[in-house]
Design a protein around this ligand. Structure first.
Ligand code: ADE
Length: 234
């Protein structure tokens, strides 16, 4: 997969691209990530990227020309153009899974008060990471990239994302590691039993319970298997 990110603050990505799973995915060529400072595409003497809003009002608006010239230099028939914005569809795990199948993502990060509306004409999808406003799209774009890159085959241990929260519409079951006892609290017996079928059932039950108490909204959208219905009745 290739990811091109358009940003006025390329330095914000340094830590993200040089750490842990993301760094390894880049080093092993699972993904190629390039950051483009669209200020370099500004065709005016002072490399201005924003201007006052028509009709008046507070703040500055990002102009079409620098962003769209940068975009046009990158776009191919395989590209999916994403605009990071609080007005977009909220990112969900299922959508990250869909994005992980794309060949080429181009992600536009805005800053300041907003964009010229005409930029939206060149965008395939607008994504928000939640109902709050950030100072710019950079952090949001890293959230998208992180959630997508970890799903690429080989990025993390095979199948380990099959147990992720949300991947089956439920929150993840509780996990434990050594020591067996910590501050008087011990690991549930079933996990020490070595009985794989009982462990599977317990985990499913725990996932259902956690979701019921913490995120009941997730259950409303979901179809249940017969086994799950029986667990919920208990
Ligand atoms: N830019 C500013 N706020 C944002 C948000 N919540 N999601 C995506 N992009 C943003």
């Amino acid at each position: 997969m290739k990811i091109d990110i358009l940003s006025l603050f390329p330095e914000m990505f340094d830590g993200f691209l040089n750490t842990s799973i993301i760094k390894r995915a880049i080093d092993t060529s699972l993904v190629e990530v390039r950051i483009h400072d669209f200020r370099e595409f500004a065709d005016n003497k002072h490399k201005k990227v924003d201007d006052y809003p028509y009709g008046g009002g507070q703040g500055m608006v990002l102009m079409c020309q620098p962003i769209l010239d940068c975009l046009k230099s990158l776009v191919t028939k395989d590209s999916l153009v994403i605009l990071m914005s609080p007005q977009g569809q909220t990112l969900q795990q299922a959508y990250s899974q869909k994005l992980s199948l794309e060949k080429h993502l181009i992600i536009i990060c805005g800053h300041y008060e907003g964009f010229d509306e005409r930029i939206r004409d060149y965008v395939d999808v607008e994504i928000s990471i939640g109902d709050y406003v950030l100072t710019g799209g950079e952090l949001a774009s890293m959230v998208v990239c992180d959630s997508v890159i970890r799903l690429l085959e080989g990025a993390i241990r095979e199948t380990s994302h099959e147990d992720d929260s949300f991947s089956d519409g439920l929150l993840e079951y509780p996990q434990y590691t050594r020591p067996y006892e910590y501050d008087g609290t011990v690991v549930p017996d079933v996990l020490m039993s070595g009985h794989h079928e009982n462990i599977r059932k317990w985990r499913l039950q725990q996932s259902l319970m956690k979701t019921y108490y913490k995120r009941p909204d997730l259950l409303q959208k979901r179809e249940f298997t017969e086994e799950e219905i029986n667990i919920l009745k208990e």
